[in-house]
Design a binder for this molecule. Structure first.
Ligand SMILES: *Cc1c(COP(=O)(O)O)cnc(C)c1O
Length: 231
């Protein structure tokens, strides 16, 4: 262990996840924790791995490439940042889950790059919570049409939904965001569309993961709560 504080933070976070899970009638095993290691050095990743973390999250292609060869092969790598289409080729065979599938041009690119390599790319659809078109994500009213496009992409497998809650919401507004996501997730489960196997609802970060779990999240992405503030 290089950094003892990571152990202490993880114990606290796991306790909170357990409490939130219990509150919503679920087990801690049903909640997947992605440790968000963006901006942090490789030795933080190795510490997290040693402490039993099985999934990490990175949001920059270059940073992921720099760390990649030091990351233990057993770790699941989640890409959680906005992804430029011209960079898909660098990470497509390195990441286990692209959580930020947020537009049609990216879908097309992922399909093409995955097909070239004969692999299946696992993705989550990132949902935009605001009507603001500058923010990343598919709007609720666009999900169905987007799913039809996914059905035509045999090298893409969509495993669920992801969102980042807007900043500055009070508790009730945050619960609304998360419960709307839960509803969209359950609806997706009912669709029965090719290449879509909804099993992951990724929502909740350091400041809001307990509410997210209570509203149905089964994957939370936590960075500063485990590794401290980003530089
Ligand atoms: C940085 C980031 C996180 C983690 O944020 P914390 O507040 O540090 O827990 C989660 N999800 C995404 C998409 C991020 O970019």
């Amino acid at each position: 262990m290089h950094n003892e504080f990571i152990r202490e933070n993880l114990i606290k976070i796991n306790k909170k996840i357990e409490d939130a899970a219990r509150k919503s009638g679920r087990n801690i095993e049903d909640i997947n924790l992605v440790a968000v290691t963006k901006t942090h050095p490789l030795d933080y990743i190795l510490d997290a791995y040693e402490l039993g973390i099985d999934s990490i999250g990175e949001n920059r292609v270059q940073e992921l490439m720099d760390k990649y060869y030091g990351i233990p092969k057993e770790l699941n790598i989640n890409f959680i940042g906005q992804l430029q289409t011209n960079k898909v080729k660098y990470i497509i065979d390195k990441v286990d889950l692209i959580q930020s599938l947020d537009r049609e041009s990216l879908l097309t690119k992922i399909q093409n790059e995955a097909a070239k390599r004969g692999i299946i790319a696992n993705c989550l659809i990132q949902i935009n919570q605001t009507k603001d078109d500058n923010r990343a994500g598919i709007g609720y009213d666009e999900i169905e049409v987007f799913c039809e496009k996914i059905a035509a992409c045999p090298n893409v497998k969509v495993r669920g939904l992801m969102c980042v809650a807007p900043l500055g919401l009070n508790e009730k507004e945050m619960r609304d965001v998360f419960s709307k996501m839960s509803l969209a997730f359950w609806r997706l489960k009912c669709y029965n569309i090719d290449n879509i196997v909804p099993e992951i609802l990724s929502m909740g970060m350091t400041d809001d993961f307990e509410l997210a779990i209570e509203e149905g999240a089964n994957m939370v992405r936590i960075g500063s709560g485990i590794f401290g503030r980003r530089l």
